[in-house]
Design a protein around this ligand. Structure first.
Ligand SMILES: Nc1ncnc2c1ncn2[C@@H]1O[C@H](COP(=O)(O)OP(=O)(O)OP(=O)(O)O)[C@@H](O)[C@H]1O
Ligand SMILES: [Mg+2]
Length: 363
C-alpha cells in the first residue's frame, strides 16, 4: 500500500480498468508522479494512455485499485472536485464563444466574481502569449493559437495537476517543436505537475523529466529520458524509443563480465554484463549511432564488415543499412561531416562499437 506522501502529486496504486468485462485497457498500473514533474505516458496506439489519463482526471473509475491526488484518495471523487485541468487532443473549445469566454469557463463554473475572472483570464492569456485576441472566436485562430486557448483554459483554474492528451498532435512539425518548448517553459514557470500523453518518442524524450513506457495496458519501464533511451529494459522499449540493432544468442561468460553472444547462425558479438550466466539466452541492443565506421585495421570490441545496401540522407546525419555476408542487416547512423565522407551503395565498409554500447535486454 502507498502511504500518503507530500512529495507526490499523483499516485496510482495497482489501477486496472476493464471495459465491457473483457477489454483490459489499463492493467495493474502503479505510478508515483512527483510534484512539479513533467511526466509522460508514452506508447503505441491502444496501449492505454488516454484511459490512464482519464482515470487520473476522474472521467473513468478504475475496476480495481486506487487513485491519489496530492495525498488525498480520489478514486470515487468526480472530475471537478479533483484539482486537475485537462487539455484534449482536439482542443474541445466552444466554437461560438470568444477566446476570453472559453478561458473563463472553468472560473464561471466555480462562481468567482467578475473582476477576479477578468483578471485571471488576462493573466492566463498573457502566459500563453495571446493578449489582444480575447474577442476572437476559435475559427479565427490558427491551430497553434487554438491549442494555446485550450491550454489557457486548463491553467486558469490553477490546478494541482495538468493533464494533456496529445495536445500538440494536430500541429505541423515546426509549430509542434516550438510549442513543445513553450509548454515546457510554461510548466516550469507555473510549477504545475504535468502528465503528458504522447505516442511520439522524440516529443517524450525532449520534454519529460520522466517517462513511463506503456504496452498493452501495462507500464513496462519508468525512467529519465536518457535512461529509457540508453538503457531500455526490453526489446519493445528499445525498438519503440528509436531504433536498435538486436542480437540474440547464447552467452559465454569470459573474465571480468565479458560476454560472447553466439547466435544460431554462428554470429558472435562481444558485450559486457555481470548479471548474465553462462549458457543463458540473451538479447543485446545496439543503437545505430553507436555503430560507427572504422578502418579495416582498427581494433574494436566488435567489428563487422559488410556492404552498404542503402543510404538515407537525414540532413544532420546519414542512416546506412549494411548487409553482412550472412545476410544480416545492420543499421549505422553517422553524423553528416560533408560529402567526401559519404559512402555509396555497394561499397564494402567496416563498422565497430565498444562493449559498453551493447545493452542487455531482459525480454
Ligand atoms: N470506453 C471504452 N469502451 C471500450 N473500450 C475502450 C474504451 N476506451 C478505450 N477502450 C479500449 O481500451 C484500449 C486502450 O485505449 P486508450 O484510448 O487508452 O489507448 P491510447 O493509448 O490512448 O491510444 P491512442 O494513442 O490511439 O490514443 C483500447 O483497446 C481501446 O479500444
Ligand atoms: Mg489516446
Amino acid at each position: 500500500m502507498v502511504e500518503s506522501n507530500e512529495s507526490y502529486s499523483v499516485v496510482l496504486e495497482s489501477v486496472t480498468k476493464i471495459f465491457e468485462n473483457k477489454i483490459r485497457a489499463v492493467d495493474d498500473v502503479s505510478l508515483e508522479i512527483r510534484e512539479g514533474e513533467f511526466f509522460s505516458l508514452l506508447g503505441p496506439s491502444g496501449c492505454g494512455k488516454t484511459t490512464t489519463l482519464r482515470l487520473i482526471a476522474g472521467f473513468e473509475e478504475p475496476t480495481s485499485g486506487r487513485v491519489f491526488i496530492k495525498s488525498r484518495e480520489v478514486t470515487h471523487v468526480p472530475p471537478h472536485k479533483r484539482d486537475t485541468g485537462m487539455v484534449f487532443q482536439n482542443y474541445a473549445l466552444f466554437p461560438h464563444r470568444t477566446v476570453a469566454e472559453n478561458v473563463a469557463f472553468g472560473l464561471k463554473m466555480r462562481k468567482l466574481s467578475k473582476e477576479i475572472i477578468e483578471q485571471r483570464v488576462t493573466e492566463a492569456l498573457r502566459l500563453v502569449e495571446l493578449e489582444g485576441m480575447e474577442q476572437r472566436r476559435p475559427h479565427q485562430l490558427s491551430g497553434g493559437q487554438q491549442q494555446r486557448v485550450a491550454l489557457a483554459r486548463a491553467i486558469v483554474i490553477e490546478p494541482a495537476v495538468l493533464l494533456c492528451d496529445e495536445p500538440l498532435g494536430a500541429l505541423d512539425k515546426k509549430l509542434r517543436q516550438a510549442m513543445q518548448f513553450e509548454l515546457k517553459n510554461l510548466q516550469k514557470k507555473i510549477g504545475v505537475t504535468l502528465v503528458y500523453v504522447t505516442h511520439d518518442q522524440e516529443e517524450a524524450l525532449t520534454m519529460s523529466d520522466r517517462i513511463a513506457v506503456m504496452e498493452g495496458g501495462k507500464v513496462i519501464q519508468i525512467g529519465h529520458p536518457l535512461e529509457i533511451y540508453n538503457r531500455p529494459g526490453t526489446r519493445f522499449v528499445s525498438n519503440f524509443i528509436g531504433e536498435s540493432n538486436i542480437f540474440e544468442g547464447r552467452a559465454r561468460v569470459l573474465d571480468g563480465g565479458r560476454l560472447e553472444i553466439i547466435s544460431d547462425d554462428g554470429f558472435v558479438i562481444a558485450a559486457q554484463s555481470d548479471k548474465v550466466k553462462d549458457g543463458q539466452i540473451v538479447t543485446v541492443a545496439v543503437r545505430p549511432e553507436r555503430v560507427q565506421f572504422v578502418t579495416s585495421e582498427a581494433k574494436a570490441d566488435n567489428k563487422l564488415t559488410g556492404e552498404v545496401e542503402s543510404v538515407n540522407f537525414l540532413g544532420n546525419s546519414i542512416l546506412y543499412r549494411l548487409v553482412l555476408p550472412s545476410g544480416r542487416l545492420i543499421l549505422s547512423l553517422m553524423p553528416n561531416r560533408g560529402a567526401v565522407q559519404i559512402r555509396q551503395r555497394g561499397e564494402t565498409v567496416c563498422v565497430g562499437w565498444s562493449l559498453s554500447d551493447g545493452v542487455i535486454l531482459t525480454s
